[in-house]
Ligand binder design. Structure first.
Ligand code: GDP
Ligand code: IMO
Ligand code: MG
Length: 424
């Protein structure tokens, strides 16, 4: 297998960064295909923790090319500060980083609009990361967006920015009673960013398809998770892109016939950040226990993550909509001290049992999860070196997940470090 897409199978933060870093060893290119710096992907090497938001998680490996694909939305200010952050960790950034000329650009007005919308319409708030992701994708799909390539054409950039700002400034003053943005300041600032980014700009589709012809291997790095996908997630409590495996094709310009395998990253329990239904969410006592043990605080915003039992309904859905060939189960060690574990196998609402993921928000908000119970293992798993070192009940729990999800487990993660990884 050469070209692999790796996605989050839940609501994000499944440990994609860790697993992608490990899989990078056997690949040549790592490419992000959607989302933006709303993502926070953690890679731990020894005592060093590196959190990546826009730069693909393969960047720590030498001689691997990392590309930010056309489907990503790029905040140049955030990207350049991330480049400095990564360099300060001793990682060199040069030819190893590519930026698609077709990616859309996040502007200051997108970020402000994101925050103002959440504040003003608080009843319907999503709990976004406030990074301007939704407003930038809105412009993209309304065909008003500004792409990286546009920054290098003085006339086109000027025209586009002017019309965008005319519209945005009217919205700011009339809807939000917020001060107007200055065209000149943004224009000059973004021309400056463009100069700095220039050496990295590429045609992502051409680069990757040429690489495929040369039999190079590509890893497509999903951000967010299946339940945050704009089509397949808990809409409207989702992000604004296709975080499922299908997004890899449109977000890079590589055809589906060129992708050989899809791997889903699955946390051994469930978490979500932000608003929206979460059928298996824990009550306060369990929540605190798992949140502390699993250090469940957002890698991007630092917000405490909501936590709950493993939900096989959403996992089965993720296997289906992503066409998963295999899953990687992460954070098994976090459950080491639990005497009993629950797995949700269906939702019950008004006498109806749902075993397929329902679209109806009322069902998702109000349904009672139907659980099966598994005995815990009450042993430390974090030092296991091979699958058979895991306690019998841990292996049983994993087998149950595998059976209910309908995809085989290929990787098990028992700690954030690279060597706390078991291959089945
Ligand atoms: P991502 O967004 O999917 O890349 O995940 P995040 O980086 O936002 O969150 C995952 C967190 O769990 C990070 O702090 C990782 O270092 C950590 N992590 C990953 N795998 C494991 C694991 O198997 N056990 C434990 N205890 N932590 C893990
Ligand atoms: P990674 O890649 C977890 C959530 C936000 C919010 C919703 C919409 O680290 O798994 P947005 O800013 O995208 O418009 O917010 O999506 N969200 C994430 N939750 N992990 C992420 O990324 C997320 N990216 C966005 O909390 O509920
Ligand atoms: Mg994350």
């Amino acid at each position: 297998m050469s070209n692999i897409v790796v996605i989050g199978a839940q609501w994000g933060d499944e440990g994609k960064g860790k697993i992608i870093d490990i899989l990078t060893k056997d690949t040549d290119y790592v490419v992000r295909y959607q989302g933006g710096n709303n993502a926070g992907h953690t890679v731990v090497v020894g005592k060093e923790e590196i959190i990546l938001h826009l730069i693909p998680s393969g960047i720590l490996h030498k001689n691997k090319k990392c590309i930010i694909g056309n489907g990503v939305v790029i905040d140049p200010e955030a990207l350049l500060s991330e480049v400095s952050y990564v360099k300060a960790k001793g990682i060199s950034i040069g030819d190893n980083l590519g930026i698609s000329d077709q990616a859309h650009v996040i502007f200051p007005y997108h970020k402000v609009l994101d925050k103002l919308r959440e504040e003003k319409f608080s009843k319907t708030k999503i709990g976004t990361t406030g990074r301007g992701i939704g407003p930038c994708y809105t412009d993209k799909f309304s065909r008003a967006g500004i792409r990286i390539a546009d920054l290098y054409n003085e006339r086109i950039f000027k025209d586009k920015l002017e019309s965008n700002m005319e519209e945005k400034n009217a919205i700011f003053s009339k809807v939000y009673n917020y001060k107007k943005f200055s065209f000149e300041k943004i224009y000059e600032q973004y021309r400056e960013y463009a100069k700095i980014m220039k050496p990295h700009i590429c045609n992502c589709s051409v680069v990757l398809n040429q690489a495929i012809k040369k039999k190079k291997r590509i890893l497509f790095e999903g951000a967010q998770g299946t339940l945050l996908d704009i089509d397949h997630g808990t809409y409207p409590f989702v992000t604004s892109s296709n975080s499922t495996s299908g997004g890899a094709c449109v977000g890079t310009g590589v055809g589906p016939t060129k992708i050989d395998k899809a791997i889903g990253i699955v946390k051994a329990y469930t978490t979500r950040v932000g608003e929206g239904p979460f059928p298996t969410e824990f009550s306060a006592e369990l929540l605190n226990k798992i949140r502390q043990k699993g250090r469940e605080f957002g890698a991007t915003t630092g917000r405490p993550r909501r936590c709950g039992w493993f939900d096989a309904v959403i996992c089965k859905n993720a296997v289906t909509v992503n066409g998963l060939d295999a899953i990687a189960v992460t954070k098994l060690d976090v459950l080491d001290e639990m005497p009993v574990l629950k797995i949700c196998v269906g939702y019950k609402y008004k006498d109806k049992l749902y075993t397929d993921f329902p679209a109806d928000l009322e069902v998702l908000w109000k349904a009672k999860p139907v659980y099966i119970e598994c005995p815990g293992w009450l042993k430390d798993t974090s030092q296991a070196k091979k699958y058979m070192d895991l306690p019998a009940n841990a292996r049983k729990y994993l087998r149950k997940i595998e059976q209910l999800a309908g995809a085989k487990i290929e990787i098990i993660s028992i700690g954030s470090d690279r060597n706390q990884t078991l291959f089945v």
